[in-house]
Design a protein around this ligand. Structure first.
Ligand SMILES: CC(C)(COP(=O)(O)OP(=O)(O)OC[C@H]1O[C@@H](n2cnc3c(N)ncnc32)[C@H](O)[C@@H]1OP(=O)(O)O)[C@@H](O)C(=O)NCCC(=O)NCCS
Length: 165
């Protein structure tokens, strides 16, 4: 678990430091289900927040590590780290990074990302990947700040809904 006090001050701002704890979600609790219901719409308007049963599958999956950030006891951010072995090595992907609108700009996204990097490195991953739309400006700055670099590749997606119509 990572615990840190983020005391960095924003340019021209004067936010007090906030104590953030990042922990691995191990159980499909009502608290986490409610946090997903609150936070997921802030990332995606189309994804249906997982119910308790779906959350159970997520936290029970060997490939997925769900991280939760707490500030003053409340879950204010989530990140999913997916790791799976393939012939070229252990792949690690960061997905679904969300910080509650009311808690942004305090280093919580950075704390979640750094903890995911440290878990991936400890597990033996040589690289960590993620994708982020160019329109997500704050996310782009966050990833570059912690050391991610863009790489040139083609991102493909096969959409079953499009294929059926
Ligand atoms: C992207 C996202 C996760 C960032 O979360 P966050 O907790 O606000 O991230 P951080 O606080 O670490 O960094 C954001 C800003 O706060 C600043 N900051 C960090 N710690 C700070 C502190 N203690 N005091 C003041 N400002 C601080 C950072 O410098 C950064 O500034 P910048 O945006 O001008 O670069 C959040 O905006 C979000 O959930 N967005 C919607 C969903 C989304 O786009 N997810 C990413 C999908 S790829």
């Amino acid at each position: 678990m990572l615990a840190l006090a983020t005391g960095r001050r924003r340019r021209g701002g004067n936010l007090p430091g906030v104590s953030v704890h990042v922990e691995v979600v191990r159980d499909a609790t009502d608290e986490v289900t409610a946090a997903l219901r609150r936070l997921l719409p802030q990332l995606s308007t189309s994804a249906e927040p997982p119910d308790k049963q779906a959350l159970h599958r997520i936290v029970g999956s060997e490939a997925t590590t769900l991280l939760a950030a707490r500030a003053e006891g409340e879950i204010v951010g989530l990140l999913a780290l997916a790791m799976f072995p393939i012939p070229t090595g252990l792949r690690a992907w960061i997905e679904d990074v969300i910080v509650d609108e009311a808690a942004r700009g305090k280093g919580i996204g950075e704390a979640l990302t750094r903890e995911a990097l440290s878990l991936a490195q400890a597990a033996g991953a040589r690289t960590v990947d993620l994708t982020s739309r160019p329109s997500r400006a704050a996310a782009g700055r966050l990833y570059e700040r912690v050391g991610f670099a863009t790489r040139s590749t083609r991102i493909y997606r096969y959409n079953f809904d499009d294929a059926e119509s």
